[in-house]
Every structure is written in structure tokens, then in C-alpha cells.
Design a protein around this ligand. Structure first.
Ligand code: PFF
Length: 457
């Protein structure tokens, strides 16, 4: 996927390799694990509609901005923001690397669950009844079992990043991503046959219009758009910095965003009917009764549903194996942001940077593996609030500080001045005010989760 260039920096061999890697970064646990639990918390359909709005009107312009900055500067995000904005912008690069570090620390714990579920599905060790599945999640999702799978997943991620992104992974992704897609479509079709699923569709697809103005749901939708599209922390920027060819970056944006939204949307089309069919709203917090923490939604809902099928065990295994691969391609991009920053700023070797910082991330993930409330807190603080902040600052940097250079870069591949003007309009006038408001409304949400964590609630 990557070959070394004359200047010693990696570069994509093909446009397809780049697009695939960027889609691989975007499509991950966020599309299924995070999307289903945040949508469940946030009122279903109203959330989905707002989420789509954020993807289209804020996410896509910011993604193009990140692509433009990466390709224009050809350096790590930490250097890129300084190059464009001056030394005062240095801390933004540090924020990016901090986000990569922080998100991967708990992301790896969840990815570890997918490993455990894959193996246990093959062994026939996952209970088929909903209560049993909830208990099973309770026993493997935290504590020592979770630490073990977290460590395994981190080691794997580190190994891949140490080697640079090799052909093997690209080949695997070419096969696995379409397979993931077909299985998802298959599951969504199967879900249409479930009795009682209608309530699930209604919840997922019929917005309560009053909820469209609920600040909590609006901020959830914004945060989810950033997390799912891998925006606000320089991941897409990093991949674009390995890009040599002057392709149309607006087109790449559409490809990445549409794939990402499509996968999340289809996942919802089977997760919600399943939840209502099995009457497990309570277990995931929808009924408001049992769960004070909904991060396990997908892991509790999917197995009992699929195990009711004749070859259910195999489908559960296939589902979690694919989720594992989707998580792996995202985790690689998270670690890559940290590693390129360290290579560029301190001149470390790739191997050393990946091993030392990978080990740090591994340790930082341990609290999340012991306490789901900590995981939830880390996700709200770094995976939500900080990504919004990162996105806000990127829009100011690209929309104001580096406006002309950014426009000239985008023009290579996108000669249409009207389209570029529309893009600039969103980056300058829509993203900054909206993200500023979202940022301030997100703070109390983080605070609430923090209070739960420290037992103040
Ligand atoms: N987009 C990934 C997902 O949806 O699972 C997570 C992620 C990857 C977020 C890379 C941020 C990032 F920079």
C-alpha cells in the first residue's frame, strides 16, 4: 500500500490504496458499537437525522480541509498546523496526538471484546438467551479477561504500524470490507422478518420532531459524526500527507463519507429491530430501567438474536471477526497519528515510536478495561469533546489563516471555482459558529459522565 519515496517519507502506491485506508480508518467500531448505543441514548430517529446533517454540512467540509492540509504540507499534522498557522498553532498538533493516544486507549479495549466474542462464538460459549448474553458481557467485558484481549489487540496494532502498512493488510481489507458490507445487508434483510421489529424501525426512522431541538441529541450527533468520520484529530490529514497525486479531494471526501454513513445506517437497520424483537430495551438503557451504562448495547443485543438462527454460531463469529478487522484498520490510523508526530517532532525511528507510545496507550487503557464508566468518560471527553475542539480549530485555520493556500491546493483536482467557494463558505461561516456552540453544550455532558465516574451522582 505504501512505498518509500525519495525523501524517505512513505507514500501511497495507488489512489485506491489511499481511499481504502481512509475508509478503513472511518469505518470501525464507531459505525456499529458507538452508533447504536449513542443512537439509543439519543432518541433514535431524531439523532439519525441530525447525525446525517452534521456529516453532510460540517463533517464533509472539514474532511476536505484535512485532506487539503495533509496533501499540501506533506508532513505530520503536528508540523502541518505550525507550517500553516505559525508557532502559536503548535498546541493544536499536540491535541491531535493526545486524541490519538486517548481514543486508542479505550478503543482497543472494545476491539478486544470483538476478539473474545469471535473466539467464544466459535467455541459455542456465548449464551443464546438475552439475560445470559448480558451476564456473559458482564463477565468478559471488564476485568482480567478484558485486559488480556486489550493487550493482544494493542500488540497486533503496534506490529502493523511498526512494519508500515503492508500489502497483506491492503489485500485483507479489499476482501473484508465488501464482505462486511454484504453481511450487514444480509442481516438488515433478515431483520425485516422479525416479529415486533416494527417498533424498532419506528424508533430508528420516525423522528419525534421536538427532539430535533434537544441540545443533548444535537451534541451527540455532532460528536458521533466526528468520531465516525475520523475527524478533528489529524488522522485523515496524516493519510493525505502520504498522497502525491493531485486527485479531486472533494470526490475522495464523498467516497469516504458515504461509505461511512452507509455502514452505520445499515447497522442500525438490524440493531433496532433486533432490540425490540427480543424485548431487550432495558438491557441497553432504552427502557431506562437496568443499565446506567449503555456502552455494551451491541455486544448484548447481537448474539442472542443471531444465535436463534440455524447456523447462528457461525454468523455471530463472522460478524465479530469482521468488526474486529474494521476496528483494526481504524486503530492503525489512531496510532499512526501519534507515531508520525513523534517521528517528525523528535526524530525517533518508527519502530521505537510505535513500541514506546503503543506501550503507553496499552497502560492508559487499563482503567477502561476495569471500569465501563471510565471508558464512557474517556469516550465523551476525548472521543467527543476534544474532536469537536479539533474540528473547530481546523475550520479556523483552513478557513481564515491559510485560506488562499488551501483554495489553491484544492483547485488542483477541483477546477470548479463555484464548488470550492461553497466549500469555503461552509468552512468559514458554518463550521466555526456551530462547532463553538456544540463545544460549549458538550461540556456539561462530559461533566455528568465524570460525576458518575467519581460517584458524585
Ligand atoms: N472512525 C473510527 C470509527 O468509527 O470506529 C474511529 C476513529 C479512528 C476516530 C480514527 C478518530 C480517528 F482519528
Amino acid at each position: 500500500m505504501q512505498t518509500s519515496q525519495g525523501n524517505g517519507r512513505d507514500a501511497w502506491a495507488t489512489r485506491a490504496g489511499f481511499v481504502l485506508a481512509a475508509v478503513g480508518s472511518a469505518v470501525g467500531l464507531g459505525n456499529m458499537w458507538r452508533f447504536s448505543y449513542v443512537a439509543a441514548e439519543g432518541g433514535g430517529a431524531a439523532f439519525v437525522l441530525l447525525y446525517l446533517g452534521f456529516v453532510a454540512f460540517i463533517g464533509m467540509p472539514i474532511m476536505t480541509s484535512e485532506l487539503v492540509v495533509g496533501r499540501m504540507t506533506q508532513v505530520s499534522p503536528v508540523q502541518a498546523v505550525k507550517q500553516l498557522g505559525g508557532p502559536a498553532w503548535g498546541p493544536l498538533g499536540v491535541l491531535f496526538a493526545f486524541c490519538g493516544f486517548g481514543i486508542l486507549s479505550y478503543y482497543s479495549v472494545i476491539a478486544g471484546w470483538t476478539m473474545r466474542y469471535s473466539l467464544d462464538a466459535l467455541r459455542g460459549a456465548i449464551p443464546a438467551d438475552p439475560t445470559g448474553a448480558a451476564n456473559y458481557f458482564g463477565s468478559v467485558g471488564t476485568g482480567m479477561p478484558a485486559i488480556i484481549t486489550h493487550v493482544l489487540f494493542m500488540v497486533l496494532t503496534i506490529l502493523i504500524v511498526v512494519r508500515g502498512i503492508k500489502k497483506g493488510l491492503e489485500r485483507a481489507a479489499v476482501i473484508l470490507m465488501p464482505l462486511l458490507f454484504f453481511i450487514l445487508v444480509g442481516l438488515a434483510l433478515w431483520a425485516t422478518t422479525l416479529s415486533g421489529g416494527g417498533a424498532g424501525y419506528a424508533y430508528y426512522l420516525k423522528p419525534q420532531f421536538g427532539e430535533l431541538f434537544d441540545p443533548t441529541i444535537i451534541t451527540d450527533a455532532a460528536g458521533q459524526a466526528f468520531f465516525s468520520l475520523s475527524l478533528g484529530m489529524g488522522a485523515i490529514m496524516t493519510y493525505a500527507s502520504y498522497l502525491k497525486t493531485k486527485t479531486n479531494l472533494a470526490k475522495e471526501t464523498v467516497t469516504i463519507a458515504v461509505s461511512d454513513f452507509g455502514v452505520a445506517f445499515i447497522a442500525g437497520l438490524f440493531v433496532f429491530p433486533i432490540i425490540f424483537h427480543f424485548g431487550i430495551e432495558d438491557a441497553i438503557g432504552l427502557g431506562g430501567a437496568i443499565a446506567d451504562n449503555t456502552v455494551g448495547t451491541l455486544f448484548i443485543a447481537i448474539p442472542p438474536a443471531l444465535l436463534s438462527l440455524p447456523i447462528g454460531q457461525w454468523i455471530v463469529a463472522a460478524f465479530f471477526v469482521m468488526l474486529f478487522f474494521a476496528a483494526l484498520t481504524s486503530a492503525i490510523s489512531l496510532l499512526e497519528v501519534v507515531v508520525t508526530a513523534v517521528i517528525d517532532s523528535w526524530g525517533w525511528e518508527r519502530r521505537k515510536a510505535a513500541m514506546v507510545f503503543g506501550a503507553g496507550i496499552l497502560l492508559a487503557g487499563i482503567p477502561s478495561a476495569f471500569n465501563l464508566n471510565f471508558l464512557d468518560f474517556a469516550d465523551k471527553l476525548v472521543g467527543n469533546l476534544f474532536l469537536i475542539l479539533g474540528g473547530l480549530l481546523i475550520s479556523i485555520l483552513v478557513g481564515y489563516r491559510a485560506r488562499d493556500r488551501a483554495d489553491a491546493e484544492l483547485a488542483q483536482g477541483l477546477p470548479n471555482a463555484n464548488l470550492r467557494q461553497a466549500w469555503a463558505g461552509f468552512v468559514r461561516y458554518v463550521a466555526p459558529p456551530v462547532l463553538l456552540v456544540v463545544f460549549f453544550f458538550t461540556i456539561p455532558k462530559v461533566w455528568t459522565v465524570f460525576k458518575t465516574l467519581v460517584g458524585m451522582n
